[in-house]
Design a protein. Sequence first.
Length: 307
Amino acid sequence: MPELPEVQTVASELNRKLKNQTILSVKILAGKMVSIGPKTLPPKRGEDAALVRKFIQIALGQKILSVKRRAKLLIFDLSGPWSMLVHLKMTGQFIFEDPKLRIKTGGSYRLLNKKNAPLVKLPGKHTRAVFELSGGTLYFNDVRQFGYLKLVHDDEISQVRELQRFGPEPLAKSFSREVFLAAIKKYPKRKIKDTLLDAEVVAGIGNIYSDEILFHAQIQPARLVGSLKLSELDAVYAQIGPVLRQGIRAKGSSVGDFVRTDGSWGSMGKHHFVYGRKGQACKKCGTIIQSMKTGGRTSSFCPSCQK
DNA sequence: TATATTGTTACACC
DNA sequence: TGGTGTAACAATAT
């Protein structure tokens, strides 16, 4: 489940690998996942052949100047006056295949079978778009097809709805204790877990990292914001940066389908204390990790370490 | 075949 | 009005 650290991993890797490459051809295998313009979210249902043609026409011949991240959104800055915004949602993947690292396997290709990587067949059953670049091939895979690729003219970037709504970037210097406290105290009756998941309060935190942050802050997910002492809110704030940075250092958490751009897994999963560990012993105290539903999401926590 | 899965929006309620 | 909670939705694997 790509969250801030996973999307940051993809953005950094793509920025390094794709910078200054030219888009030589574009294949769209799931037309409903692409759209054009700032207000087109979520993309309309069904295929629109004319729109797909236009999407390809715009992208063709463009050079990729940079790949950045805002919240969980990837932003490809193209040489023309266009940007491509990509959301991976639950199961999106970008895999870049360097022709030098290809192994031919019965008509299709797969990545070098590194130890820390699933066997990826490219293109695969869930490949939704293929970008032939000047230095290799970029595959966009998405099992669920909840993600999207959206082209926006640079003049209209400021009108993109999701960009307008995102709250502060938790790793930015400007994300001070005061900014966090002001944002979170607006919602005294919400559960702390739900508030951390709210992209307008803090951008980019999803289920994995909110659970981990609350574990390290020793706060139960269902606690109401208004019931937390200032010292407890401080503890939550203090854990946001370190936990997210650890995720980035580990190149993300390969829970579900997440892979890096070379097809390998991130290693953050090994460092989880609670997420995905329901029924297992707490790494700190041995108590069995429990789970509960808040805001329609599953939260895992240690009933002994977290109060 | 019912269920689980997540980010996001829509909507009802107070 | 806006905070709050719930449901719905996208599509697929299991």
